[in-house]
Write a protein that binds this ligand. Structure first.
Ligand code: AMP
Length: 398
């Protein structure tokens, strides 16, 4: 698969619409608490500035329920962009009203206009053609650099691409890098290829597990999802998170893995607690001895050691989902140990998903990972083997 990339189309002096993902986390005082998503868009923006483009930036932010809801305004993003780029950012008052279209029309080379939150307009999520047409009318070139939303068929991601031919639309540097990386490791990994999956539920990752089984050499299952597997194997799991209806599916995945010669690793010990509470009394038990009314909230040290051994010969590691409730210090050790192991490995290490990316930042292992994906849903769909709607229109060779 070959994507049309920004560096392969002529954008010199043109008006460029860049779909970014500025959906950054905010603290209670409305300060941006992590501006990584803004910083990762800078390569594409600077490339356009250097080519004398006039630039229109667009993004969604949070989930506004009515147009103009101040809490979801992109104004703080404009300020941060100004700080990072050291140039004026024109902030539009809305998304596609006449005054904004007029400002876009008069935008000069090197100038940047940031549209208001795309989701102020319900037409964005409805993938509305008229809305997309208005967005498209602002520019000569369309660039998608929003990996995190490329699995959504939204107007600024999918419908808009219909208004540009293949020489006038392309993937920005961030999107192209994410897509290339995932395809490289999914289609042609250096073996042994080991995947670590965790997080809360099997249901959200069922398709991922089915697809991974056909690609990897080993799969390590931790987090809340492990309990559905453990219960399906006949273990008492107390009050741990479980999806009873998916137990047959869990057995099927393990059966499939066996047929394919893929080794499946499950926890052998667990940190259990009396309640889902950071202050709850906790203890460490083997999976044979989980007390009836307790719940498993982290993998134990023996499991971390087992997983370390299983990862020791890996040449590619793909990790998605924490090993426990890492948000609570008491149940973060398992995830931290795995983060350290992955970081120390000589393998190509790819971390996907918002929680896992957040986790490796907290553990200080961020810089030792080969690649950290910015999108959660999008990276899962790529692992499932899907072609993302926002990427489909940018493919120039299958
Ligand atoms: P996901 O969005 O499916 O990747 O799940 C991430 C969430 O799973 C995190 O918020 C963790 O706190 C949660 N999680 C991990 N392990 C467990 C567990 N054993 N029980 C309950 N929740 C868990």
């Amino acid at each position: 698969m070959k994507l049309q990339e920004i560096r392969n189309i002529d954008i010199d002096g043109k008006k460029v619409f860049i779909r970014c993902d500025f959906n950054v986390p905010m603290d209670e005082y409305n300060n941006i608490s992590d501006d990584r998503r803004i910083r990762s868009a800078l390569n594409t923006i600077r490339y356009c500035i250097d080519r004398d483009c006039s630039i229109i930036l667009a993004s969604h932010f949070g989930r506004p329920t009515e147009p103009g809801e101040e809490k979801f305004s992109l104004k703080p993003i404009a300020k941060r962009l100004h700080t990072l780029l050291k140039q004026e950012i024109k902030m539009a008052k809305n998304v596609v009203q006449d005054d904004t279209l007029e400002t876009a029309k008069n935008l000069q080379s090197g100038e940047i206009l940031l549209l208001e939150n795309l989701r102020y307009n319900p037409a964005e999520k409805a993938n509305d053609e008229e809305f997309a047409k208005k967005l498209a009318s602002m520019a000569d070139i369309y660039i998608n650099d929003a990996f995190g939303v490329s699995h959504r068929a939204h107007a600024s991601v999918e419908a808009i691409t219909k208004y540009f031919d293949k020489n006038h639309k392309a993937a920005g540097f961030l999107l192209a890098k994410e897509i290339k990386f995932f395809h490289k490791i999914i289609d042609n990994p250096k073996r042994p290829f080991v995947s670590i999956v965790g997080g809360s539920k099997v249901s959200g990752k069922l398709e991922v597990l089915h697809n991974l089984i056909t690609k990897v050499d080993k799969i390590l299952i931790g987090g809340g999802m492990a309990f559905t597997f453990l219960k399906a194997l006949g273990h008492e799991i107390g009050n741990s998170l479980v999806e009873d209806d998916l137990m047959p599916e869990a057995l099927k995945i393990m059966e499939e893995a066996k047929e394919l010669g893929v080794k499946v690793y499950l926890p052998v010990d667990i940190v259990v607690a009396e309640a889902f509470d950071p202050e709850a009394i906790a203890k460490h038990v083997t999976i044979q001895e989980i007390p009836k009314n307790w719940m498993g909230l982290d993998i134990g040290p023996a499991t971390a050691q087992l997983f370390r051994l299983a990862l020791s010969d890996a040449n590619t590691i793909l990790w998605n989902g924490p090993m426990g409730v890492y948000e609570m210090e008491k149940f973060a050790k398992g995830s931290t140990r795995i983060s350290n192991t992955v970081a120390q490995s000589f393998a190509t290490t790819v971390v996907g998903g918002g929680d896992t990316a957040d986790l490796v930042r907290v553990t200080g292992d961020e810089d030792d990972m080969t690649f950290i994906s910015t999108g959660c849903g999008a990276s899962l769909e790529l692992i499932e083997g899907k072609v993302l709607p926002g990427v489909k229109a940018l493919i120039i060779e299958e």
